[in-house]
Design a protein around this ligand. Structure first.
Ligand code: ZN
Length: 161
């Protein structure tokens, strides 16, 4: 079957920025399971998967608009260290994850480390960058009723919840 909204795909991907590999799902063999059409992927990757079938491999370049957006100016924020799990190890330039007060997490880049606070750039580390994905589509299947209800795919290792 062809991948489309509400189908579940299993895939491997390599992400490159300016020719440099920055991420690979093959590190640790982390096959990605995704329910299409529910905001689990950046839009550029979702649309590149549309209509593909299991066994296809393809490359796609995703512009910032269809990726993590353009970089915003004035995106530096001062944040108490307690909002970081790894505050002791932070160094300028490092990508890290900020736990938000309202719940959830945000990827940020460390700008400056102070005594009790950290200045972070809240632009997504991939903002403003053209992303090159090499994708290998392993499986396309229909989503279960439970997956549609949850709005995400359940991989083989995902316990029912
Ligand atoms: Zn679920």
């Amino acid at each position: 079957m062809k991948a489309s909204r509400d189908s579940v795909v299993a895939l491997h991907y390599i992400l490159k920025v300016l020719g440099e590999q920055v991420e690979s799902s093959r590190d640790g063999d982390q096959t990605l399971h995704v329910l299409l059409g529910h905001g689990q992927l950046i839009p550029g990757l979702e649309s590149a998967l549309e209509g593909r079938e299991a066994g296809e491999s393809f490359s796609v370049e995703v512009a910032p608009d269809d990726g993590y957006g353009e970089r915003r100016d004035n995106a530096i924020q001062r944040v108490p260290k307690k909002y970081f799990k790894n505050a002791a190890k932070l160094k300028p330039g490092m990508a890290t994850v900020l736990s938000l007060r309202e719940g959830g997490q945000r990827a940020v880049t460390v700008h400056k480390v102070g005594m009790t606070t950290v200045d972070v750039d809240t632009n997504h580390p991939m903002a403003g960058k053209a992303l090159n994905f090499d994708v290998e589509l392993l499986e396309v299947r229909e989503a279960s009723a439970e997956e549609l209800q949850h709005g995400h795919a359940h991989g083989p290792d995902t316990p029912s919840h």
